[in-house]
Structures are given as structure tokens and as C-alpha cells.
Ligand binder design. Structure first.
Ligand code: HEC
Length: 158
């Protein structure tokens, strides 16, 4: 007979195992891309996405101070992200719009806004400030850049 403790461990494995499988699948997709800036920046952005989720989770759990570290990582990622867009690097496997290179200043400005917004989230998290309002502003910065400079997925908006 299975002990209740083992049954619980199995259930937990199932619960936490499923998101791990989903992440592994996304990683596999990127693994298929040839080495280069497109692959590097998509991987970097996936980490930014994970950190954004961690900030959301911290707020949902009522632990806004936990948003500080992921916000630091987002702020640190953005200058690296900017450097991964050499002229014309789009095409197969990339959702980058060609307008990035005709409106480069605007693209870089969006990235700087996000860096500043992420710094503000980290500062609020460390000082007991309003992390919710700061992170709402930060998420708007993600959305603005995606709407302008990222191709929508098939059947999806922005
Ligand atoms: C300066 C513009 C800019 C900002 C700001 C930005 N992104 Fe992105 N993001 C992009 C572009 C462009 C791509 C597509 C890159 C490619 O496919 O070559 C992308 C891709 C992604 C991806 C990879 C998967 C996919 O569907 O393309 C994730 C996840 C993501 N962004 C999340 C975020 C989150 C979360 C934020 C805010 C915390 C954010 N991004 C802020 C421009 C931006």
C-alpha cells in the first residue's frame, strides 16, 4: 500500500513538474535556433519574462519585498538586450519588427524606460514603498515596446 506521505510527494511532483515541462519545451524551441544574437536575445527576454512573473507572484503572495531581486535582474538585462540587435537581425525564429532599425532611438528609449521602471520597483520593494503601482508602470513599458516593435503571434494581439 502506498504511504500517504509518498502519495503527497507524488502529487507535489505532478504539480510543480508540469510548469517545468512547459519551460523545458520553450527552451527546446530556442535551442533549435542557430547561435547568434536572435537566440541570445530571446533567451535573455525569457529570463526577463520569468523575473516579471516572480514580481507578480511576490505581489500575489503579499510579499512585495521579494520583488526586489527579480526587478534588479530586469534592470541589469536591458543594456545587454539592446546590444543584441545588430542592424537587420530579424527573420526566421524572430519576432523583431524591421522598424527597430528605422526607429532605433525610440526602441532604445523604450528599453531605458523599462530599466528605470524596474529600478523603481526594486527601490520600492526595498523601502516598503508602493510596489504594486511601480510594477504596474513597469508592465506598461513591456507592453508598449512589444506593441510597437514585436510581431504579434499568429492569431494573437501584441
Ligand atoms: C525595448 C523593447 C522591449 C521591452 C521594453 C520589452 N521587450 Fe520583450 N521583447 C522585445 C522584442 C523585440 C522581442 C522579440 C525578440 C525576437 O524574437 O527577436 C521580445 C521578446 C520577449 C519574450 C520572448 C518570447 C516571445 O514571445 O517573443 C518575452 C517572454 C518577453 N519579451 C517579455 C518581456 C517582459 C516581461 C518585459 C517587461 C518586463 C519586456 N519583454 C520588455 C522587446 C521588448
Amino acid at each position: 500500500m502506498r504511504s500517504p506521505i509518498r502519495a503527497k510527494a507524488w502529487l507535489l511532483g505532478l504539480l510543480i513538474g508540469l510548469p517545468l515541462v512547459a519551460t523545458a519545451r520553450a527552451d527546446e524551441e530556442h535551442a533549435k535556433l542557430p547561435p547568434g544574437p536572435i537566440k541570445d536575445r530571446i533567451e535573455l527576454m525569457e529570463h526577463v519574462g520569468d523575473d516579471a512573473e516572480a514580481i507578480n507572484d511576490a505581489l500575489k503572495a503579499g510579499k512585495p519585498a521579494d520583488a526586489a531581486d527579480p526587478a534588479d535582474r530586469i534592470a541589469a538585462a536591458m543594456p545587454k538586450f539592446d546590444a543584441l540587435f545588430p542592424e537587420g537581425s530579424t527573420g526566421e525564429g524572430s519576432r523583431a519588427k524591421p522598424s527597430i532599425w528605422t526607429s532605433r532611438d525610440e526602441f532604445d528609449a523604450f528599453s531605458t524606460y523599462l530599466k528605470k521602471d524596474a529600478e523603481a520597483v526594486a527601490a520600492a520593494a526595498r523601502s516598503g514603498g508602493d510596489v504594486k503601482t511601480a510594477s504596474r508602470k513597469m508592465f506598461k513599458a513591456c507592453k508598449s515596446c512589444h506593441q510597437k516593435f514585436r510581431q504579434p503571434k499568429e492569431g494573437e494581439e501584441g
